[in-house]
Design a protein around this ligand. Structure first.
Ligand SMILES: Cc1cc2nc3c(=O)[nH]c(=O)nc-3n(C[C@H](O)[C@H](O)[C@H](O)COP(=O)(O)OP(=O)(O)OC[C@H]3O[C@@H](n4cnc5c(N)ncnc54)[C@H](O)[C@@H]3O)c2cc1C
Length: 427
């Protein structure tokens, strides 16, 4: 059996940032346990092309889990690889407004207290605007300007470097890899406890012992590791939420499809690179290649959803937990989505979009893949991220976010890893 000072479970957005900061703060021994593969440092050249290429939207390296809604199962994407969701996401890199962090009311997590973490993340990631837009995106921007949204629409700032999706492993883990034991292809099941202390992590490849354990397995998986360990503090799995939205699909005219085929040919077939941001909405075009040709759409998301759902962990760490976002369970959310639909249709009626689509073909209620909240700060974990009722078990990932800010959460997850490392090292 190997002994470490700290075992970190989950090498995702938060986990790699946490390990990077913890390694910089001390010479403790650190073991990073990840269910998916570890392709090593970027310079070794072993990373699969679809994870590196920021223009692609990879379907590989996914847990294959499902959201349950109205008795139906819908795919809910989560990455299973070192780098976590930052290794297959859309690279939109936005910060919350400082006032949104202040509004959490959690000691040590207000904008001022996390300012150094934010600065370190900005330095490691260096987000910049997407340089080139696909034809559908250019048309969306022009139509949005024509509809009066000229001040609010433009390219997303993105964590992309030289076309590479700059995931958390490249930004935070590679600089400290020499001092860290990374166990890839290793699924964490549960912790063994001695009173309020965890002593060992039971994994698919054998037990790992440590002085402290930090769970960074994400909103859907960290609660399961706690529950299977017999640790069930009040609020575990509750407060699950995501930015909820509408996907409006359009039938493309042949020349619009031809333009996207040309984008694909000359390497400008980008996805999710522009957004219209209002205070309470994100509105963005999407396009994809389907078996039948091309699919066009516009997504519109409520940035301040009031509805809350629940996650029920699974006894099997590989199987999907029951994920119920409770979309529209709060009556305040439906009028926001009605408003969102109005904005989408106003844009679609303007040139050049109006000339590119043959008509609207349907609307679907959808999430934004921004699940948070199942191990809420100040409830399931204390402000230092320690799980209530335990003395050496911590959670530091998207699950601790009490209320999702009006921004895509990946940068915030990097910040959570960095900030939690400082708080945990100080305990
Ligand atoms: C398809 C998609 C697109 C997105 N696009 C954007 C975007 O453009 N911009 C943005 O800001 N946000 C985006 N997000 C959201 C953002 O990527 C996530 O909020 C963020 O990555 C969550 O970080 P995390 O550290 O909490 O979890 P993750 O990054 O998911 O990391 C969790 C890690 O733990 C591992 N793990 C889980 N269970 C176990 C176990 N039992 N044993 C061992 N390891 C385990 C996982 O394999 C994973 O590597 C997107 C998300 C998805 C899914």
């Amino acid at each position: 059996m190997t002994d470490f000072d700290t075992v970190v479970v989950g090498a995702g957005s938060s986990g790699c940032a946490l390990v990077g900061r913890l390694a910089a703060l001390s010479d403790e021994s650190i073991c990073l346990v990840e269910a998916g593969p570890d392709y090593g440092p970027l310079v070794d050249g072993r990373w699969p092309a679809e994870l590196l290429d920021a223009r692609r939207f990879p379907a590989t390296h996914d847990w294959g889990w499902f959201e349950t809604r109205d008795g139906e199962l819908r795919r809910e994407s989560r990455a299973k690889v070192v780098g976590g969701c930052s290794a297959h996401n859309q690279c939109a890199a936005l910060w919350p407004e400082p006032a949104e962090l202040d509004a959490w009311g959690v000691e040590g997590w207000d904008a001022r207290s996390v300012a150094d973490s934010r600065r370190r993340v900005d330095e490691a990631v260096a987000p910049r605007p997407h340089p080139e837009l696909a034809s559908w995106q250019r048309a969306f921007v022009e139509a949005a300007v024509a509809a009066g949204y000229g001040d609010s629409v433009g390219p997303f700032v993105a964590n992309v470097r030289d076309g590479i999706r700059w995931n958390s492993a490249f930004a935070f883990l590679d600089p400290v890899r020499d001092g860290v034991t990374v166990l890839g292809d290793t699924v964490a099941d549960r912790l063994l406890l001695d009173g309020d202390r965890a002593v060992e992590l039971v994994c698919s490849t054998g037990p790992v012992a440590a002085r402290r354990f930090v769970l960074c397995a994400g909103t859907f998986a960290s609660p399961g590791i706690l529950a299977r360990s017999g640790i069930r503090p009040a609020g575990l799995g509750a407060n699950l939420h995501d930015h909820c939205g509408m996907a409006v699909s359009f039938a493309p005219m042949p020349r619009a499809a031809d333009a996207l085929a040309a984008d694909l040919e000359c390497g400008t077939f980008h996805q999710s690179q522009v957004v219209l941001r209002t205070r309470h909405l994100h509105v963005a075009p999407f396009h994809s290649r389907t078996d039948d040709g091309w699919s066009f759409g516009i997504l519109a998301f409520d940035l301040a959803p009031r509805s809350r759902g629940r996650l029920e962990p699974n006894v099997d760490p590989l199987a999907s937990p029951t994920i119920d976002f409770g979309f529209l369970s709060d009556p305040a959310d439906a009028p926001v989505l009605e408003d969102a639909l109005g904005v989408v249709r106003a844009i679609a009626r303007r040139t050049p979009l109006v000339d590119l689509v043959a008509g609207e073909v349907g609307t679907t209620l959808t999430g934004y893949a921004h699940a948070v909240g199942t191990c809420r700060l100040n409830e399931v974990v204390n402000p230092s991220c320690r799980v209530r009722g335990t003395s050496n078990v911590f959670v530091a990932d998207a699950s601790i976010i009490p209320t999702i800010p009006r921004a895509n959460p990946n940068l915030l997850c990097f910040l959570i890893g960095d900030r939690a490392a400082e708080l945990i090292a100080a305990t």
